[in-house]
Design a protein around this ligand. Structure first.
Ligand SMILES: [Zn+2]
Length: 276
């Protein structure tokens, strides 16, 4: 009933499933049914879940469904709503990086602790506001700390204009996330992917830019970069467009709303890339 109501009442809101609840439900419904296959199932599920492209997800998910027939209807039920939990779809929805409702649950625990029988409305109101005031004070202190210029480090030198801009508009979440991404970007290398012989642009070569939205203006990428972590060799593909926009297959920009470390790798290597 709740799911049906969300579709009717919150027309412009994407309904995304909490990963923790998904895991708990699978644990409850599938661990016994799959018996010895449960461990392998979890691995295969994770592989499918992490697929970036919908087509990639679908081929991996079909294998999971075919391999674990003992799961019964549970996997078919998940197939019906895969746009609400699979990363291939959820990654492009802005959720501020939230994948579980754990934060709401812990807030509820705090609320339960400070409310209850014997408290009047004013006492509850005051008690609820107290943590908020503390959070605000904490935020101001942390923003000041992060905004304070430190001694020139590799990070300060490499990303001077990025850090200057971030300090000009200090928002704790953005500042911390960007700082973290800048630090992490130091552990990657990059090189440009070359167009195959005889192909004039990436749109003609890759159909995922134009696949399901024929009515949209097609953006022609100027560069495709391979961004590789020097230690783990984990690889991401970064697409740069002539107007300064970019797409990365980590989807951090769309999902969290913050520029990802992979873009910063390119930003250092290619003079003139924007950060505004
Ligand atoms: Zn990225």
């Amino acid at each position: 009933a709740l799911i049906a109501a969300i579709a009717l009442v919150l027309l412009f809101t994407d309904h995304v499933y909490c990963l923790n609840h998904l895991r708990e439900n699978m644990d409850k419904n599938l661990s016994r049914a799959l018996g010895g296959g449960w461990v392998n199932f979890q691995q295969d599920f994770r592989t499918a879940y992490r697929a970036v492209l919908d087509k990639d997800f679908e081929s991996k998910w079909h294998l999971v469904v075919a391999r674990y027939l003992a799961a019964g209807d549970s996997l078919h039920n998940l197939s019906e709503v895969l746009t609400r939990w699979a990363w291939a779809w959820v990654s492009t929805i802005f959720t501020a990086g939230i994948r579980t409702n754990g934060r709401v649950k812990s807030e509820n625990q705090v609320t339960k602790g400070i409310t209850g029988p014997g408290k009047n409305l004013f006492q509850v109101f005051t008690a609820l506001n107290e943590p908020t005031k503390e959070q605000s004070r904490d935020t101001v202190i942390r923003v000041r700390e992060a905004a304070r210029k430190s001694h020139p480090t590799q990070l300060e030198t490499l990303f001077k204009s990025v850090l200057d801009l971030l300090r000009l508009h200090p928002r704790l979440f953005t500042l911390q996330m960007c700082h973290q991404q800048l630090e992490l970007s130091l552990y990657y290398t990059t090189h440009a992917l070359q167009l195959p012989h005889g192909i004039r642009n990436w749109v003609r070569h890759l159909d995922f830019f134009s696949s399901d939205r024929p009515h949209c203006k097609i953006l022609v990428p100027s560069h495709l970069l391979k961004i590789v972590h020097t230690q783990s060799q984990a690889t991401h593909i970064l697409v740069l467009f002539p107007d300064g926009r970019y797409m990365c297959d980590c989807c951090m920009q769309e999902n969290v709303g913050v520029v990802c470390r992979h873009y910063f790798v390119a930003w250092v290597k290619i003079p003139g890339l924007p950060f505004t």
